[in-house]
Design a binder for this molecule. Structure first.
Ligand SMILES: [Zn+2]
Length: 488
């Protein structure tokens, strides 16, 4: 009896000690956060504005699967963050590098001005008078508020943060917006030097977003880094040399229009257009696909964006050619907007044809966890089958034919396939040429170069093309390309 009581008492002591040590742990994190808040001037900071110059790159638009994201220059950048109202305004000017970085994402000429906003549950862009709703951007723009140096301290202080000793200081962890794990490093001078988080990406899964803050200087009542580098998915995405910081600037006073308030992410829509015998072009969204029907099977060219678009175009292919299996899905190039639906293809057990340079990248990337936004493949894992092709591949049943060619030169992407369908003299092309609406001005030099390279490839391969079935825009006669580049 005595022994039993003793055991019970010891158990209670252990429980009490456990609780005490957990409490001490959390308390330590808030003491450190308080100390850092004082050191960095966060305590009385409701909003901050910082300006500078640097670079911004395009995620998932690199020239080859393992090269850096293609970069543009930021001659000017200003961001205002209102912590109390969970609002942010980012104003920047981008110019294409000289020479342009190889890759996608910068099809503009001259200066491109952007004004990107978020306020609570609304996001919009407003480079001109008209607000452009961006409902899909709300979450990441909100998260970016908590990744700023002072935002991190505020978020961690209100977020039951835990801490542990780590390389370069103390690591403090909290969960932002009830979803995102945020891990910041506070150094021995009580400055926030690094903030990590993970966001969902259709290709890379739970993708690391790492922001480094260095060269802190005093700006009035706050200390702020004069160097900011944010990497996403393993490559730098944004860097800024900070030249000016204002603590508690004039309030943002944002007006949220009804259009912004009522905006919804549009539902997936697929509209097919018959180009000839057993050949359909699938539009209805920002990214198109092509279905080619053979005697005993079907081939789908492109499963873009993410699961929802890919599943919709796969379903359309099955509807257009019922009772025939989809033998292959062709992936034109690895850019994330064109490869984000491939995991849905793997989930259906359909082999993927792509250039050989992409195979190792996909197999590696698809191993990443998808805990933030589980997709079909993460819910039901399956082994991918990749048909890795070199410079030419032909699918034929003796009547219908789809020819695939690796493009070179191609400054947009070094692993891009174009498709040729002899039956309709049709060319399937992504990104090198997008037929413009009537009476559009001439494309900027970057896009003109891509269009010329498409023409060069068609000439090199001696393809007899009359129709372009583009993976952006609308079906158009080949003469539109010739006219654009002045070859008619
Ligand atoms: Zn591309």
């Amino acid at each position: 009896m005595k022994a039993k009581l003793m055991k019970k008492t010891l158990l209670w002591i252990a429980v009490a000690l456990g609780a005490a040590s957990t409490a001490a742990f959390a308390q330590d994190a808030s003491a450190l956060l308080q100390k850092a808040s004082i050191a960095m001037g966060a305590a009385n900071l409701n909003s901050i504005q910082y300006s500078g110059m640097g670079h911004v790159s395009s995620l998932g638009q690199n020239h080859l699967p393992n090269s850096a994201w293609p970069e543009t220059t930021l001659p000017s950048y200003t961001r205002t963050v209102d912590y109390a109202n969970k609002a942010s305004r980012e104003e920047l000017t981008r110019i294409v590098n000289t020479p342009p970085s190889k890759g996608g994402g910068a099809p503009f000429g001259g200066e491109q001005k952007q004004v990107n906003l978020v306020s609570g549950e609304y996001a919009w862009n407003q480079p001109g008078a008209q607000a452009q709703p961006q409902p899909a951007a709300v979450e990441e723009r909100q998260l970016q508020i908590w990744l700023t140096p002072h935002g991190f301290l505020k978020g961690a202080l209100g977020g039951h943060a835990t801490m542990k000793k780590a390389k370069g200081g103390t690591q403090v962890t909290f969960t932002a917006m009830n979803k995102f794990k945020v891990v910041g490093t506070i150094d021995d001078k009580d400055m926030v030097t690094k903030v990590d988080t993970w966001i969902a990406n259709p290709v890379l899964g739970d993708m690391l977003v790492e922001t480094l803050y260095s060269d802190y200087k005093e700006f009035g009542t706050v200390k702020f880094p004069t160097k900011i580098v944010q990497s996403q998915g393993g490559h730098p995405l944004f860097d800024l040399a900070v030249t000016e910081v204002k603590a508690n600037p004039a309030p943002l006073a944002l007006t949220i229009t009804d259009a912004v308030k009522n905006a919804k992410i549009p539902p997936v829509k697929v509209e097919s257009q018959k180009l000839g015998d057993g050949i359909w072009w699938l539009g209805g969204g920002s990214h198109n696909s092509v279905v080619v029907e053979f005697k005993t099977f079907v081939v789908l060219v492109e499963a873009p964006l993410a699961d929802d678009r890919a599943e919709a175009v796969l379903a359309e292919a099955k509807k257009l050619a019922p009772n025939k299996p989809i033998k292959y899905v062709v992936n034109t190039h690895h850019h994330f907007d064109h490869s984000g639906g491939l995991r849905a293809v793997v989930a259906e057990g359909i082999p993927i044809i792509t250039n050989e340079q992409n195979k190792a990248f996909y197999l590696q990337a698809w191993k990443n966890p998808h805990a933030l936004e589980p997709d079909a493949l993460s819910k039901k894992p399956r082994k991918a089958t990749i048909v890795a092709i070199k410079d030419k591949y032909e699918i034929t049943d003796g009547d219908q034919k789809l020819e695939l060619y690796l493009t070179s030169p191609n400054d947009h992407n070094g692993d891009m396939l174009i498709g040729y369908m002899p039956k309709v003299k049709g060319l399937i092309v992504a990104d090198l040429f997008t037929p413009a609406p009537p009476n559009s001005p001439a494309p900027p030099p970057v896009a003109m170069n891509f269009a010329n390279q498409l023409y060069d490839n068609v000439q090199r391969l001696k393809l007899d093309v009359t129709t372009i079935a583009p993976l952006h825009g609308r079906v158009a006669p080949y003469s539109e390309l010739l006219k654009t580049i002045g070859k008619n």
